[in-house]
Design a protein around this ligand. Sequence first.
Ligand SMILES: [Fe+2]
Length: 437
Amino acid sequence: MNEPDLRGASAGAREHYERALGLFRLYSGDPLAAADAALADSPGFAMAHLLKAWLNLLGTEPAGIDAARAAHAAAVPLCSTAREKGHLAAVGHLVDGRWHDASRAILRVSTDHPHDLLALQAGHQIDFFTGNARLLRDRIARALADWSADMPGYHALLGMHAFGLEEMGDYGSAETAGRRAVEFEPRDGWAQHAVAHVLEMQGRTGDGIAWMRDNADAWSCDSFFAVHNWWHLALYHLDRGETDEVLRLFDGPIFGARSAVAMDLLDAAALLWRLHLRGEAVGDRWTGVADNWQSFASAGNYAFNDVHAVMAFVGAGRPERIAEVMEAQDRAMAGTGDNARFTREVGRPVVLGLKAFGEGNYAGCIEAIQPVIPIANRFGGSHAQRDLLDLTVLESALRLPDPALARAISAERRAMKPDSLHARSVFERARAISMSS
Ligand SMILES: [Fe+2]
């Protein structure tokens, strides 16, 4: 097996580093603490600095950027092999917000070193944050030919490949690969999640609830993706109109701990927004979510986060915070990183649409968001997350009403998810409006 470069590491530091990679592979525990332990032992360990940088960057936390920049600076004089320099270049691009350049740089590393799981995982996460379905699948497919089932970490390859297959619409192959990955490693929350996406996209809510509930202890225990996977379970219940269960999940594993982590806040805001679209009463739940988004309002580092912050600020009735996000977006759009484009092309129009929805300006909402839907992958996330845009436009069309548009969008939805109860019910609702107008 082609081991990564571990120059500058004592035996102890190497052990800490391998433990960090093992935790990162499962998105579990505290890999950053393990990377720090490796560096405390061996400050000249280049790959440990680079791992630390990756771990700080892949959560899209504004606070992680400075820590990653410092780790990158520490690694600069230590890197000498092509692989180290490849990681260094990719991290350097990402620290400065050049997502696409980072993607290309780390793809070169995994092309030359297909067993470099850190390069594959970092690249896969970049593909997720840039909504690059083709690379979500093929960055992994390229490396899989050099892997076999008896290699440690094989489950992670299968899980990533499964998610890429799903985002490319190859649901059968995705489900097979994802289920196989979970058989190898039941704690692989990303593989669990890939199958959850297949079942979501196909509207197979019964299968989805069974898939998530049957081994919840394995995927939810000490996992960075636990909240997101609980959110997927909540979506199945929401599809079935089981609002009480959705709220139980929200008050429990989704937002019971009031996490202030960006990845968790995305799910909290998105779930409440879906309830909001349905006219469901959510009590004062927006307050806590909006409070936690507050520190992101002026960050402007990732348009996908801005949009979810604005959902919370619309829900909680905080127009001054929406204005703050838009000012941060103005600065982002004037900047040089890829987020300038994410914001200009997708993030800003969506913020305007959500704001309009909150003001009851349904025509304005449709006008802002509808043109963006076919290109919304450019600001990242998954099809399931971006479905929120379709749902918002559909609800606006129903409320306006624009019977023809409501009927068209709900027909599109029913064709994609014939087994979804919600898709069928909105189609009926659109048809009723259409007939009465
Ligand atoms: Fe997901």
